[in-house]
Design a protein around this ligand. Structure first.
Ligand code: TRP
Length: 339
C-alpha cells in the first residue's frame, strides 16, 4: 500500500460558516476527503481565535459547536477525517515555543496577511504578541501531523511559506529530517473568494453580507431577493449589465447549467428580463445546493453531546500523533535527558 498524503487544514471558530467558506474551501475539502488519497486532519483553531478574542472566550466557545455542525453538514465525516480542537493538543503549544526561537521578529512583522489583519483590526499599541506570532503556531499545527498537503484560501499562502521556512531551518539547525515541508493547495484562480450579497469583494459576518450554511429557506430567499444587481437597470425593458451583478456572479459559480446561464445573461443584456425573475431562479439554484446541508445540520444539531464526543475522540487521536512528533522534536534538539 502506498502511503497516503497527510492533509491538514482548519478554521478559526469566530462565527458560523457561510457560503464563501463553502465554495472557497469546504467543497474541495470534502472532495479530497472522499477521494481516499489523503489522511485528513481538520482542526478547529480555538487557540488561534483567542489571539484577538482573549477577553471574549465565550464567542469562541459558542462558535466551536457551530463550526463542528457546519463541518458535518457539508459532509466532513469523522469516519474518514480526524476532526479535532487545537487547544486540546498540548504538543502544539510546545512546538510553537521551540519554533519561535527560529524566527525573527522582523520576519513575523513582514508577513503580509498578518500585516493586513493588524491594520484592519486597528490594534494600535495593544497588538497582542500572540497575534503577531500566530503563523508560528500555525507551523506547529501543520508540522505536528507531518502534513504534506494544506488546502487553504489565498490569504493563507504566506503562512505556508513561513511554515516551510521553519521546517527547513529546524531540520538544518539540528541536522535532522524530522519535519516535513508542506505544500499549499490554493483555490483555482478566480474561485478563491465569493463576493458578498452587496457586491463587496468579501463575504463576511462583520459586513453583514453573508449567506450562512445554517440559514433557513426563508432567510435564504430574503437575502437573495436583496442582492446587489445593476443599479442602471431601472425598468425591466432597460438593457442590464451582468458584470459586477451579484446574481450572475453567483449563477456562474453555483449553476451547473451553463447554457441556461448564458441565455439568461443574453436576455438580461438585451433588456426585458427583470431582476425579480433572475433572483427567483438563483434562489432555486442555491436552495438545491443548500437544502440537503441545512437538513443534515438540523439532524446533527439534535444531539450536540454526540458532536462534542466526536470532537473529543478526534482530539484524542490527534493528540497521540502530535505528542509523537513533539518527542522527535525534543530528541532532535537534544532535550531527551531521561531516555
Ligand atoms: N489561519 C487559518 C484561518 O484563518 C486557520 C488555521 C489555523 C489553519 N491553523 C491552521 C489553516 C493550519 C491551515 C493549517 O482560517
Amino acid at each position: 500500500m502506498t502511503k497516503k498524503e497527510v492533509l491538514l487544514t482548519g478554521d478559526r471558530p469566530t462565527g458560523k460558516m457561510h457560503l464563501g467558506h463553502y465554495i472557497g474551501s469546504f467543497k474541495n475539502r470534502v472532495r479530497m476527503q472522499n477521494s481516499g488519497q489523503y489522511d485528513p486532519y481538520i482542526m478547529i483553531a480555538d487557540t488561534q481565535a483567542l489571539t484577538d478574542n482573549a477577553r471574549n472566550p465565550q464567542k469562541i466557545k459558542d462558535s466551536l459547536i457551530e463550526v463542528a455542525l457546519d463541518y458535518l453538514a457539508v459532509g466532513l465525516d469523522p469516519e474518514k477525517s480526524t476532526i479535532f480542537v487545537q487547544s486540546q493538543i498540548p504538543a502544539l503549544h510546545e512546538l510553537t515555543a521551540y519554533y519561535l526561537d527560529l524566527v525573527s521578529v522582523a520576519r513575523l512583522e513582514r508577513n503580509p496577511t498578518v500585516k493586513a489583519e493588524i491594520k484592519q483590526k486597528g490594534f494600535g499599541d495593544s497588538l497582542p504578541a500572540g497575534f503577531l506570532i500566530y503563523p508560528v503556531s500555525q507551523a506547529a499545527d501543520i508540522t505536528a501531523f507531518k502534513a504534506t498537503t494544506v488546502p487553504v484560501g489565498d490569504d493563507q499562502a504566506p503562512m505556508l511559506e513561513q511554515t516551510r521556512e521553519i521546517v527547513r531551518t529546524f531540520n538544518h539547525t539540528y541536522g535532522v529530517d524530522t519535519l516535513v515541508e508542506p505544500e499549499a493547495v490554493l483555490p483555482p484562480k478566480g474561485q478563491g473568494r465569493l463576493p458578498g450579497l452587496d457586491g463587496n469583494a468579501k463575504m463576511s459576518k462583520s459586513l453583514g453580507n453573508a449567506i450562512y450554511l445554517s440559514d433557513s429557506k426563508e432567510e435564504l430567499t430574503k437575502k437573495v431577493m436583496s442582492m446587489y444587481t445593476d443599479p442602471t437597470h431601472v425598468r425591466v425593458e432597460d438593457p442590464g449589465h451582468v458584470e459586477g451583478n451579484m446574481v450572475f456572479t453567483y449563477l456562474d459559480i453555483f449553476d451547473p447549467d451553463k447554457e441556461k446561464v448564458a441565455q439568461l445573461k443574453a436576455d438580461y443584456q438585451k433588456g426585458g428580463l427583470g431582476d425579480v425573475k433572475i433572483k427567483r431562479y438563483l434562489n432555486e439554484v442555491l436552495e438545491k445546493e443548500l437544502a440537503p446541508i441545512r437538513e443534515r445540520r438540523a439532524e446533527f444539531a439534535k444531539d450536540k453531546q454526540a458532536v462534542y464526543d466526536m470532537l473529543e475522540a478526534g482530539s484524542k487521536k490527534a493528540n497521540a500523533i502530535a505528542e509523537q512528533t513533539a518527542k522527535e522534536v525534543r530528541e532532535a534538539i537534544g532535550f531527551n535527558y531521561f531516555s
